[in-house]
Write a protein that binds this ligand. Structure first.
Ligand SMILES: Nc1ncnc2c1ncn2[C@@H]1O[C@H](COP(=O)(O)OP(=O)(O)OP(=O)(O)O)[C@@H](O)[C@H]1O
Length: 358
């Protein structure tokens, strides 16, 4: 008996995306279905290349077809992705999702997290940009080995000048640090800083991006207000360390995104420098600054806990040498960032699906 398209699709209607709570056919994720005798092939189009459920969904599709259609079917599934975007991104049309990386307190590893997330998402195949909006200490130039680099510009057909982001490791980068002398005190003040940051979004040639990651200054201030009120934001990621003093400031930072007039989805909390593992005792974890503070904070605000990043010497060395640690996929830290990036991409897809249904 020949297998029909309708049989395969009705089998796949039994496979639900656990995040979006709908079946793959209704979500329009099944593309290019072709059937040749017992050979069935199709493309599964996910909402992000960083989808942590890739393998699970692929297996579920195979099982559904074997169970409902033909147990001897030969199934070939090709996986691609089309990153979704929030309902309103009218202003920066080619940028699908702006992700803010924020912390209540300085020095907790916000830039380290932003840089490694960018590297991880780009390695998964996403088109990624990174804006370093930290007016107090832009560290992206150091972390990407671009100290002293100056972006060039190009003129558009209608006479507008666009800054060209610098590309490194497949990521498009702009930092306030590219426009200031590293040896001079902070030149950015009040409205001048806000305008400079706005220019990094509006007057740069970003092209198409799946994710634009923004490394914010620590705390809550002018830059936060400017960015959150000027651009459509997919969500904010909060970085903290386990110490009580960091957690107290993080609560304020997180609460800011919930304020009326700002109201930005909080994608979750990351606990950085969560524990220490000596190289010679790789199975031991020492929670030297306290344990589970980030987890409890996430719980008290009812937002996802995205994961723990250990305290490791390689992070600082990588950052100082211009090579974020996640470039080497085999390190435990890169694996931790991989899991966190997957969860962030997953949260964004969930929020985007909700905003599309509103
Ligand atoms: N998990 C980690 N293990 C070891 N060192 C780390 C870790 N995370 C960050 N660091 C180091 O801590 C220092 C501060 O990190 P980073 O610049 O990322 O923090 P920040 O929150 O962005 O700081 P700022 O407030 O200055 O913007 C850097 O030297 C960085 O290499």
């Amino acid at each position: 008996m020949t297998i029909s398209t309708e049989q395969v699709l009705s089998a796949l209607r039994n496979v639900e995306d656990p995040d979006l709570k709908k079946d793959l056919v209704t979500l329009n994720m099944i593309k290019d279905l072709s059937i040749n005798d017992k050979n069935i092939s199709f493309t599964l189009e996910l909402t992000t290349p960083a989808c942590p459920m890739k393998d699970m969904l692929k297996n579920a599709c195979t099982n559904a077809i074997k169970h409902f259609v033909d147990k001897n079917a030969e199934i070939h599934i090709n996986i691609t992705s089309r990153v979704t975007k929030p309902a309103d991104t009218s202003q920066l049309n080619e940028i699908r999702n702006i992700i803010l990386v924020s912390s209540g307190k300085g020095g907790v590893g916000k830039s380290t997290v932003a840089s490694n997330l960018a590297v991880t998402l780009a390695a998964d195949g996403a088109k990624v940009g990174l804006i370093d909006a930290d007016i107090y200490g832009p560290s992206v130039p150091t972390m990407f080995g671009l100290l002293g680099a100056k972006p060039s510009a190009r003129e558009t057909a209608d006479g507008k000048t666009l800054i060209l982001p610098i590309e490194k490791f497949g990521i498009k980068l702009l930092s306030l640090g590219f426009f200031a002398d590293p040896d001079q005190p902070v030149p950015w003040r009040g409205p001048m800083a806000s305008n400079a940051v706005k220019q990094l979004f509006n007057d740069a040639d970003w092209g198409e991006l799946d994710y634009l990651i923004v490394d914010l200054p620590p705390g809550t201030g002018d830059i936060h207000i400017t960015i959150t009120q000027s651009f459509p934001i997919a969500g904010a990621v909060i970085v903290t360390t386990p110490q009580q003093v960091a957690l107290a400031d993080t609560r304020k930072g997180l609460a800011m995104f919930r304020m009326p007039g700002i109201n930005i989805p909080v994608l979750g909390v990351i606990e950085n420098m969560a524990y220490f593992t000596p190289e010679e005792l790789p199975d031991n974890k020492y929670y030297i600054f306290g344990k589970d503070g980030g987890k409890e904070l996430a719980k008290s605000f009812d937002v996802p806990f995205l994961g723990e990043i250990p305290l490791v010497q390689g992070i600082t060395a990588g950052g100082d040498n211009g090579e974020p640690i996640s470039l080497d996929k085999t390190t435990p830290t890169a694996l931790a960032f991989g899991e966190i990036a997957g969860k962030i991409a997953q949260q964004i897809a969930i929020h985007n699906a909700k905003s599309a249904n509103c």
